[in-house]
Design a binder for this molecule. Sequence first.
Ligand code: FIX
Ligand code: ZN
Length: 419
Amino acid sequence: MRATSTETATPKLAAEVAHIVATTPVSDIHTHLYDPAFGPLLLWGLDELLVYHYLVAEAFRYLDMPYDTFWALSKTQQADLVWEKLFVEHSPVSEACRGVLTVLQALGLDPRKRDLKALRRWFAKQKTANYITRCLDLAGVRQICMTNSPFDPVERPLWEKGFARDDRFTAALRIDPLLLAWGDTAPALTRWGYAVGVSLSGKTISEVRRFLEDWTRRIRARYLMVSLSPDFDFPADTFAARLLEQAVLPHCRDAGLPMALMFGVKRQVNPSLKLAGDGVGLSRISALENLCARFPDTKFLATALARENQHELCVTARKFRNLHVFGCWWFTNVPSLIEEITRMRLELIGLSVTPQHSDARVLDQIIYKWQHSRQIIARVLTGQYAALQRAGWTVTREEIRRDVRDLFGGAFDRFCRGS
Ligand code: FIX
Ligand code: ZN
């Protein structure tokens, strides 16, 4: 069998890249974590880790109780069941299960006795403020970008009231309901003082833009974002396509902010699983090509959920410099696919990419998501540098540092600034 590039790298190169990748702080550009000012919305701790929807979906493969019976249990009882099914009755070989163990190990805890109660006692002693700093340090994360929805009735009032921001937590304006459920969203906008009608008249469009301007300013959004189902198309005679074209993208252009498009989620293929019930489908990347071509002065961020969309996405990024590809999203956030996708991206678009985001919903997860991804990113980068060595080019330590800084937020920041 032919040796891979990583195998032919000198141990010195591999060690140097691994060290730089392990120690370069990362900006985590998409998470579902919250500024500590949001109190209980910032999830952390063992039970939250165990009832993460990735694990719940996996536990239901072994559970034979009705869905509703599970949902009626307390969080602790649900966590007990997940632990029993995924860690005790079977070995925890999946990526999401291994993640829990990586977190415990990094925190200096030993789960080998399978004693959930003892582990819980340790978590119960932690104080939120210190714990946040500890998780960020262990994960090597310098900045976290939240996902902030003005349509979320829990989140919205705190933004309206205002609070002292924690600099480590930045914001992104999530607008799925605006683009994907206009019929329900228009009455809400009216209630909040924006004079919109259901048909997209000139007045409605300018009021939608005023809404976006207000919220962009209020939360200091770094970008706007939406997740899209496989059937999303552009141009198209749909509310999503028309609102994007007439209100959202002009707002992004004028505010100098990127629009993030997350392609390929099939929401609620199994509603009984609640948050764990979403699936994946193949998207039309031609819609993104059309958007990038039609709006050359607007910046687009994009990620795709389907493995089969990744190559076309890279090729599209080669064609449009107003497109920045990011992250191995959700079902692609498993080692075999991260490796394949990251290598494909470096081979096709070099270092003008943000290879990973955590998508963490529970703070502690940033530890495992970044530790696991860093190992793979280091391996892929080492392979690329080794191939350069064979072609007569050597990279200096400073050049490796520069490249890793770019992958871990530098390229993203430059893209957002437009320089
Ligand atoms: O739409 C999204 O931002 C998704 O990442 C989430 O909705 C999803 O539930 C998730 O947690 C994936 O990692
Ligand atoms: Zn997400």
